[in-house]
Ligand binder design. Structure first.
Ligand code: SF4
Length: 431
């Protein structure tokens, strides 16, 4: 039987691993980003709620004779089964599930599945994978030409996060204890990727510095990981995008400067202590600023991500974020409209929050009123503009950049409202 793994637009790391599992079980598995592929059986890897609403993906699911969905969207399988014509959803981690699923079809004997039987959704509890040292992923020939934020591929070094941020699915999907892969297993994989032409690798999200965590940050393990990866790839080909501000220090930042492209990305989210508390971020503006300053002193450039339009965010809270940016002088800024990802506490909060007070729906009446934006979109747009000027080397905003940022803010607002509509549609079943 021909099994095709489809990872639309981007090869997710999880899809490569599942491909490796099937290959080692003797299946003729192939992997593609192309939705025009056909096969007797398809595994569809989806990471964002918006993908459930993508007409191309919906049509692809309808056309496929047998199709199973996996990835972070599996956190709330009721929505996946309700929106896509698929035969089953992998609810948690997939590598110990996918072989039995492909070989025997959905069954109550397989943990971590959701499927329909006689119109009812049957769900089995997921079991987290205990040993993350997995098989060699299936590496497609065109992985070397993929570009995701500058890297050919994001690899996973560990799962789980100690944090409990209300908007984030990582601790809900992978749990709050940290499970790490062995250094040997990671290096063998990266050597093979390198042999297959991959040049630029990013250590995947969550919180990079929790690799090897065992009750405390394991600096030695992290530094050895970065040093060894840089030895294979060359220092300017490795990045460690996401870090928590409270899990870095001089030594870690020095290793980042020495062995990687020399950037960190901090999830700063807001300049308002009240909003950081509401998000259960576990940091304060002061801690965020200290970490940014420490990185700069260590010669490391900092990108910061910010969330605007969080339920309850006032004009003063938003102003505090702008003030923070002026003080921090980040080298890059990512602004997002708060997305209530299904399965997160923010999704519940957003549904309960009165629509008329939600910045996502409230019309913006300030400086950008002629642009007909919602308040959340206007804050997102303004923050991105602000991020262009509050840098060590400011960027000139010409007409092209202005239009691109405006479009980005509009698209974000539209996509988040669509996610809200989905949540409302499934409210009784998922909250
Ligand atoms: S946002 Fe980052 S720190 Fe917070 S829970 Fe998610 S991965 Fe952890």
């Amino acid at each position: 039987m021909k099994t095709t793994i489809v990872s639309p637009k981007v090869y997710t790391y999880g899809s490569l691993v599942l491909g490796g599992v099937l290959r080692d079980r003797g299946h003729a598995a192939s992997i593609t980003r192309d939705l025009s592929s056909d096969g007797d059986l398809t595994l569809l890897s989806l990471f964002s709620t918006s993908q459930l609403l993508d007409p191309g993906i919906r049509d692809f699911a309808r056309r496929s004779p047998r199709i199973y969905v996996g990835g972070p969207v599996g956190l709330v399988p009721e929505i996946v089964l309700g929106e896509l014509e698929v035969d089953a959803v992998v609810v948690g981690e997939g590598e110990e599930v996918v072989g039995d699923l492909v070989e025997g079809g959905p069954s109550e004997e397989i943990p971590g599945l959701a499927f329909r039987r006689d119109g009812e959704v049957v769900k089995t509890d997921p079991v987290p994978v205990s040993d993350l040292d997995h098989v060699m992923p299936l590496i497609p020939d065109d992985l070397k030409s993929q570009n995701v934020r500058g890297a050919n591929v994001y690899i996973e070094t560990h799962r789980g996060c100690l944090g409990g941020c209300t908007f984030c699915q990582v601790p809900r999907f992978f749990g709050r204890s940290i499970r790490s892969r062995s250094l040997e297993n990671i290096l063998a994989e990266v050597r093979e990727m390198r042999r297959r032409g991959v040049t630029r690798v990013a250590v995947s999200g969550g919180t990079g510095s929790l690799f090897g965590y065992g009750g405390a940050v394991n600096k030695e393990a992290l530094i050895e990981l970065l040093r060894s990866l840089a030895e294979i790839l060359g220092p300017k080909n490795l990045s460690v995008p996401d870090m928590r501000v409270d899990f870095v220090d001089e030594e870690i930042l020095e290793a980042i400067r020495k062995y990687t492209v020399g950037w960190v990305f901090f999830g700063i989210e807001s300049g308002s202590p009240g909003i950081l508390r509401a998000m259960k971020k576990g940091t304060t503006p002061e801690k965020n600023l200290e970490a940014v300053e420490l990185a700069h002193q260590s010669g490391v450039k900092v990108g910061g991500s910010f969330i605007v339009g969080y339920p309850g965010e006032t004009e003063e809270d938003y102003q505090a974020t702008l003030d923070f940016m002026e003080e921090a002088m980040l080298e890059d800024v990512f602004a997002s409209v708060a997305e209530p990802i299904p399965g997160t506490p923010l999704a519940k909060l957003a549904l309960e929050y009165p629509k008329e007070d939600n910045p996502l729906y409230r019309e913006h009446a300030g400086d950008y009123r002629a642009l007909r934006l919602s308040e959340a979109e206007a804050r997102c747009f303004n923050l991105m503009l602000h991020g262009m000027s509050c840098r060590p080397v400011p960027r000139i905003v010409d007409g092209g950049i202005y239009s691109a940022l405006l479009e980005e803010a509009r698209v974000q607002g539209r996509d988040v409202r669509r996610v809200m509509d989905l949540l409302a549609k499934y409210r009784g079943r998922i909250v």
